[in-house]
Design a protein around this ligand. Sequence first.
Ligand code: ZN
Length: 179
Amino acid sequence: MKVLTQYSVHFRDLDNSDYEYNFTVSDSFFDCFEKSEIKGGDIDVKLILSKKPNSLELDICLSGRVKIICDRCLEDYYEQIDFNDKISVELGDKTNFDTDKEFVILDRNENEINISQFIYEFAHFAIPLRHYHHNDKNGNCGCNPKMLEALKKYSNTKKNNTVDPRWEKLTEIKNNNVK
Ligand SMILES: [Zn+2]
């Protein structure tokens, strides 16, 4: 988790004003999250932190590319992302980043805030629902044809291994007669 400590911002000593920070995200970032659909990437992250007396506002902008697995041919491909959203942070009793409210809560005794969870979530919001290789400029499927062929063969073998329903019926009759 050492990788993620670099996404901490010290805000305690800041005056009430806006501050800009820049980060980069690479493959090792996503290795820190076990369930990540994103397997890697190169993302520039810009954070504008607005410090207020009892709250912070984080304006986070992601721009770059992420590596995800194609649902069709199961090979990695890159998806371009551009995503921007804000997080309101209230200073409260106990840190809770998973509130169902419009804001998250940070323990008011904290001196810094780590934005890696927000980067992770925003990157996942930014990717399309379906993960497919893009078509090439001639409109042809961008998937690996060898993988598609292999997957087709595999699913056909699976189909052939299932029992013909007519035989199933006969076996049933036969079994009943035995009883
Ligand atoms: Zn593909």
